[in-house]
Design a protein around this ligand. Structure first.
Ligand code: OOG
Ligand code: MG
Length: 251
């Protein structure tokens, strides 16, 4: 099987695989994004719908946890959204949860938009939890592997959307805390993500522009985990409690 077929199969059937850089030989980061795009094209051809994008490895905590010190981006599909606060574990291998801030665009963002234009295109923000589930054994990978695996994307839960701009809320001063079964695992501030949420969004926008894509009205962006990620199991109650924009919980 090709690299894309191997990862597609692992995602579809929720089974662990060896790193594709081991089984198929090394490849570059641009090639890895090419494989990611091919993988997403396959899902879209089957009826999946792109709901947005995510940035990853944007905080120090995550870079240290995964041993990779450069941000990456991946694609969110509608079917990844956790509905009614209920996460289905059937298609998950060894999932982890991480606290994030989500933004939703109210208008399309043209290529070459400035950071100010980008911020003006945000319609809402919300507390979020990303559920990541690397297809690679023991959740270990190189940057090329994880990019090809659509950056471990597998699920995301979003709380109540808050209209943006929101009086008294600074995008970079939102305190988030992740808890599992009522026990706080970690907390941090939203500026942990590349020093500012807008820096993360702008980096995503620039990367998409280079790929000939753009952020569109209605799309959701996860700007990256503020803290490390924590292993979760069926039945766990997982929350991201923020100080300014509410809470999101799933089980
Ligand atoms: C890669 C995805 C990282 C984040 O928010 O940092 C990510 C991984 O850790 O498996 O989504
Ligand atoms: Mg994430």
């Amino acid at each position: 099987m090709t690299i894309v077929e191997t990862i597609y199969d692992a995602q579809k059937n929720a089974h662990e695989i060896e790193k594709v850089t081991d089984t198929h030989g090394k490849f570059s980061i641009p090639e890895a994004y090419g494989y990611q795009a091919e993988l997403i094209d396959r899902f879209v051809a089957e009826g999946s719908v792109i709901s947005g994008y995510k940035m990853g490895l944007t905080s120090r905590e995550k870079m240290v946890q995964m041993g990779i010190d450069a941000p990456i981006h991946g694609v969110l599909l509608e079917e990844m959204l956790v509905k009614d606060g209920k996460l289905c574990y059937d298609k998950l291998i060894h999932p982890k949860a991480e606290p994030e801030v989500a933004v939703k665009m109210k208008q399309d963002v043209p290529a070459g938009a400035t950071i100010e234009q980008l911020e003006a295109a945000i319609g809402w923000i919300a507390p979020a939890i990303e559920i990541i589930d690397s297809r690679f054994l023991d959740f270990k990978f190189t940057m090329a592997d994880v990019v090809a695996d659509n950056c471990s994307s597998s699920g995301y839960a979003v709380g109540q959307w808050v209209q943006w701009p929101a009086p008294g809320v600074d995008l970079d001063d939102i305190h988030v805390a992740i808890s599992v079964n009522g026990e706080e695992k970690a907390s941090g501030r939203s500026d942990a993500v590349l020093g500012s949420q807008m820096a993360s969004l702008y980096e995503l926008h620039q990367a998409l522009t280079q790929e000939g894509k753009q952020l569109k009205a209605g799309q959701v962006i996860l700007t990256g985990a503020v803290t490390a990620a924590f292993r979760i199991f069926p039945g766990d109650v997982v929350s991201n409690t923020t100080d300014k924009i509410g809470t999101v919980t799933f089980q």
